[in-house]
Design a binder for this molecule. Sequence first.
Ligand code: MET
Ligand SMILES: [Zn+2]
Length: 769
Amino acid sequence: MSTTSPFPTGTVLGYPRIGRRRELKRAVESFWKGGIDLAELERVSAELRAATRDRLASLGLDPVGSAIPESFSYYDQVLDAAVTVGATPARFAYLEDAVGKVDLPGYFTIARGEDEHLPVEMTKWFDTNYHYSVPEIGPETNFHLASDRIVRQFEEGKAQGYLTRPVIVGPVTFLLLSKPSESAPAGFRPISRLADLLPVYTELLGRLKDAGAEWVQLDEPGLVSESIDEERSVVLDAAAVAYQALGSAINRPQLFVAAPYAALDDALPVLAASPVEAIGLDLVRGDVPAAVPGLETKTLVGGVVDGHNVWRGDLGVAFEKLEALSKLSPSIAVASSTSLQHVPHDVNDEPNLSDRLKSWLAFAEQKVGQIATLARGLEAGRASIGDELNASATALADRLSAPGVKDNTVRARTSALTESDFSRGDYDARVAAQASALNLPDLPTTTIGSFPQTGDIRKARAAFVKGDITQEQYNEFLRDEIRNVVDLQEDIGLDVLVHGEPERNDMVQYFAENFDGFDVTANGWVQSYGTRATRPSLLWGDVSRPAPFTVEWSAFTQSLTEKPVKGMLTGPVTILAWSFVRDDQPLEETANQVALALRDEIADLEAAGIGIIQVDEPALRELLPLKVADQPEYLKWSVDSFRLATAGAADATQIHTHLCYSEFGVVIDAIRALDADVTSIEAARSKMDVVHDIKASGFDHGIGPGVYDIHSPRVPSVDEISELITTALGEIPASQVWINPDCGLKTRGYDETAASLRNILEATRAARV
Ligand code: MET
Ligand SMILES: [Zn+2]
């Protein structure tokens, strides 16, 4: 290895790739619809990458010192790694050319499915709201270097005048996040293929070296997580083997192994003993570690600027962490704690936020600026950044004393809570009361809440926001929409109806807009998966509900039908998980404030005659701490906040909840402890695997395992749905089972939605007799 250029003093682990105005989403979706061709998609994407490099350089990252990460992705970084190493699932083998390469359209097909070929599964990326495409690995997977896209993107940067740093998911994390392929024998573990995968990474490193790369970043968050379904010793052995092998490659760039999202703990000595040149530590979620042998020979990259949250933070504390880190090695650098893909682009792009609130915030661009400042401090000493440290301290002090940050009425309420506020009482009594109040058939059918958010809905909302139509015109539009959705559900024959959520731009933002203590952004988009992005709200103050806001819609809907209408709320944990939450008090306190605001709404829904209320908690598992030791405390307060929100409901009121994933694992007891009368979950995508866990856990409340994968435009056939229902009924008593889709229908079109729901009803009727 001949290169010895030092690691850049300041860098970020990754940057948002969707574009400030979601240009990538628009281009990719237009390509899918045939609006633009492949060449145009490639052109728009190259333009975005070029703009990102320019921007990062202008914000202070070294343009020719490997400081700028090549972290672009057309859809997902894990899918990128899969197509790079030739891990095409067998059912998509037809997408490969003669040398086993999948082109860009084929890449999208693996992500989205086609005809009878189900897409790869998607699941949460560590403790974030980002979802990755799950690779499928078996003994048959033919690892080989199938794509040189990462090399070409580096060369593209070089042609633009930059020397950037390619980024790829590391081999250990790649395999840890994979699931066994369909044809893999029982008990097969993807990580067992490590030795076959490493030569492909070695070859890729050689190609990058030949192209002129001086540093490569291998993302290994798999090493920090204790929530991975593999023995810790297996993980540590894999890390040792992988980095011994890659480090020993003759022709390679210098290796930077990044370990975001938590502390490396016992994986740190493994990396310290391996021949890699730099190690990235998350010093926001983890502490500065103790010295271990070998660490003093590495560049230690201190992730002291939070990539997970939008607060400006305390720059002085960040600098102190770097000073502590410098005791462990003569060579240190500063970085974001994680990729900045989890935060929006630019605070200065927010016309509706007050200057005061903005002065407390840092989005991706501001964080790069903070890193450039800290890097200057490392190079020229603390005094050289004194002004910036003072400004940061002033902003923090201002935030602590600003109005709304503390509301005495709210605080009096949370501090007066007692145990009985968290408990609904006897389940059997509730079952009896609800049976006579609701009179539902066996295998009741329902949906998860939203119906398609059509172009017309978005247009009407935009017109209302712009002031082109009045509140009354907008409300009348929404009532029409609801009438249509009710008619459709009646026609299809569903048992529990919904209003379809046309008034909600987003299931969290809508609540943020109606609660005190929040602000919403205009352009703060963050990628959720593929081309989907959300705009997390800013939860900066004490939370309360000034007035009822969902009651009007639910009551109107109930007035249109004899069937029970389900009121629809978003739960406290999900509101926290999908917002950027204040970091100046324990999450538990914030969650209880949100719970009480929801409890007020539930009381008003009941008073308006709504007999079924769903409190969605799709994010319950998402906030689960990655370290096992931190999980019990989290599960306690998160479950308690749901119970606090719902425990005021009468016995006859049926409380539903909804969770959008299928790996119950460690959270199964928590889900039971929510004590919802009915829980709907995602199950179709993983073909009802989850019902075995449900049975094993002894779950005894109502459960609706999804029978329609709403992530895909496919219409499931009656046979397919019948098979899923049969599987569910094989494990769970029919008296407990509800029939519903995997999730809300807002991203789907009406034709596929209606066709799918009709098939669901046909399959359910057949199962009832
Ligand atoms: C991500 S969970 C979504 C639940 C919500 N009620 C909906 O149907 O859209
Ligand atoms: Zn869902």
